[in-house]
Design a protein around this ligand. Structure first.
Ligand code: NAD
Length: 544
């Protein structure tokens, strides 16, 4: 469908969505509490959505509250192999029109989604994220509301910049670059830990004219369901994003073996992404085009402290960076290097703060932490804590209790060995391990930080001495895709700190930036000559 709009359309420059405080007595607190109560009293039926059609298979899995696992929030209909094929067909059918829309009309869908989310849908997405993923109100607000609103508004602005980039022309020719959507469908696979990522991965590709098969994470189905409804409320045409809950292995194998796979937009663990990349590699000769592979994966994020650092600032960064959302952020601080001269003060301050942390049902707003996501996570984290009990010192925490919810106490471990297992492996839970290094071994410690883990996602250096900041920034150049100076390594904001890491942490295509959008287009260069030559001969060929 061709554009019949005459004129250049302008996008309003985005600003970051303000974080609401939810202080006692505030209207936003009362309104959210009411939505939490109503949602906890519902049990929603979550269908597959293909080509705008809701499908119920009756083969159900359950969405529960991690902090009260007997409480079922929703029944999820699981897709079969036939639905996977139907989703690809629906995406292909929807692509014909969606890909030919003027980009501003696609953008309008996501700008409207952002406006709905920041107003009438805010409580719904925040409540679903709190109840279904056990986020505190603040953690839900910065994720399900602010970050997702920002993704949509900033991506539209980045798309505008990208589409405006054109090559040089002159009076004899016109050179143009057309930013075509990729051929085929995009497979979006999203993690449990950020509602904003679940919302961004399918929509970033869709904004650029692609159509998508979206497989949400089994442990974040309540917010995923509400997101899908929000897309529809914003006017997203049927089939542009197809919602396919189900067995990840069955769905992925079928989609990765499909010749029309145009790209993968993945966030999750390193092992899963590597296995998908391997399958794509084995299939490479059978695709119609080389699929774009975009994956943001695991981390083993560090805080390294110089002797000139302020111990109070360091302690707060450890507690917030390590334990907020139960340490289940890819960016969570989980290994800490403190000089021996500062260690007693940093250690004691961290322990004192941890003793004040309340953990429990996130509907009680006094809690700083909720439960970890599911039994598998609980068991994995507990194994790491048991290992620390036998091989290191647990300075604080260590308790695990899964009777009512999957609760793991914030846990602070000290090791004498910087190569100890808990300093190297991603735990993805509220466990921070510290190593106190000799003050005169600062440079050697930076080398250890760089070489200890295969990941390179986030990291922070604390120092008041500027020379030390320079040394760390240089020595750790490839150790983190998001590097913080005197700040905790979590909490990246769209438009301010484009997010992503390299090495085993991902392809570093920086979610919420122009770099990411570039992966969802395939440029066509068009040269038009105004007066084509009419003689094949060149002047040099003339007679002497
Ligand atoms: P996960 O890898 O278990 O799951 C991610 C997605 O992959 C889910 O949709 C899941 O159903 C699917 N999946 C699981 N096994 C699969 C398989 N064998 N084949 C195909 N798909 C499969 O990760 P998670 O527990 O949801 O999220 C936590 C992980 O995500 C951590 O490693 C964390 O560091 C990472 N993460 C990274 C970033 C980042 O930006 N780098 C952001 C958030 C989370």
């Amino acid at each position: 469908m061709a554009s019949d709009f005459a004129g250049t359309r302008r996008i309003t420059p985005p600003v970051n969505d303000p974080i609401r405080a939810y202080a006692p007595g505030s209207p936003e607190r009362a309104s959210l509490k009411a939505r939490l109560a109503s949602m906890a009293g519902e049990r929603v039926d979550i269908p597959i959505v293909i080509g705008g059609r809701e499908i119920r298979t009756g083969d159900l899995s359950h969405a529960v509250m991690p902090h009260q696992h007997a409480h079922v929030l929703g029944d999820v209909h699981m897709a079969t192999s036939a639905h996977v094929g139907q989703a690809v067909t629906a995406a292909r059918d929807a692509r014909r029109e969606w890909a030919s829309w003027p980009w501003e009309d696609r953008a309008a869908v996501f700008l409207k989604a952002a406006e709905l989310l920041t107003t009438t849908w805010r409580d719904t997405l925040n409540a679903a994220t709190m109840l279904g993923q056990s986020k505190t109100v603040y953690q839900a607000e910065i994720d399900a509301a602010c970050e997702l609103v920002d993704f949509w508004r900033f991506n539209v602005s980045f798309a505008e910049e990208l589409y405006a980039e054109q090559p040089v022309s002159n009076h004899t020719m016109w050179n143009q670059v057309e930013y075509r959507p990729l051929e085929g469908f995009i497979y979006a696979i999203t993690p449990f830990n950020f509602t904003a990522i679940a919302g961004n991965l399918p929509t970033a590709a869709a904004l650029m004219g692609n159509t998508v098969v979206w497989k949400p994470a089994a442990s974040a189905m309540l917010s995923a369901y509400h997101l899908m409804r929000l897309f529809e409320a914003a006017g997203l045409p049927p089939g542009v994003i197809n919602f396919l809950p189900g067995d990840p292995v069955m769905i992925s194998e079928q989609l990765l073996d499909h010749p029309d796979l145009g790209g993968i937009h993945f966030t999750g663990s390193t092992g899963v992404f590597q296995s998908m990349w391997g399958r794509v590699g084995r299939n490479i000769a059978s695709y119609r085009t080389y699929p774009r592979l975009v994956g943001e994966t695991g981390g083993k994020d560090f805080i390294v402290v110089h002797p000139s650092a302020d111990p109070i600032e360091v302690a707060v960064a450890i507690v917030r960076g390590g334990f907020e959302y139960q340490g289940q952020k890819c960016s969570a601080a989980s290994r800490v290097y403190v000089p021996q001269s500062l260690w007693p003060e940093v250690r004691d301050r961290v322990i004192a703060m941890m003793q004040e942390i309340r953990m429990g049902d996130v509907r009680d707003f006094r809690n700083f932490m909720g439960a970890v996501i599911d039994r598998k996570a609980f068991t994995r984290i507990k194994e790491y804590i048991d290992h620390a009990r036998a091989n290191a010192s647990i300075l604080q925490g260590g308790g695990c209790d899964d009777r009512e919810g999957f609760f793991v106490e914030p846990t602070f471990v000290e090791t004498q060995n910087p190569g100890y297992r808990l300093m190297c492996e991603e735990i993805f839970g509220p466990v921070v391990t510290a190593y106190a290094y000799p003050d005169d071994r600062w440079l050697e410690t930076l080398e250890i930080v760089d070489e200890t883990s295969p990941y390179a996602l986030t990291g922070a250096i604390f120092a008041r001495d500027r020379a030390a900041v320079r040394e760390a920034t240089s020595a750790l150049r490839n150790a983190a895709g998001n590097f913080y100076i005197n700040d905790k390594p979590t909490g990246a904001v769209v438009g301010q700190q484009p997010f992503g890491g390299a090495r085993a942490s991902g392809t570093n295509d920086k979610a919420g930036s122009k770099m990411n959008l570039l992966r969802w287009v395939s440029a066509r260069t068009i040269k038009e000559t105004y007066s084509p030559p009419r003689d094949f001969r060149y002047p040099f060929m003339g007679d002497e």
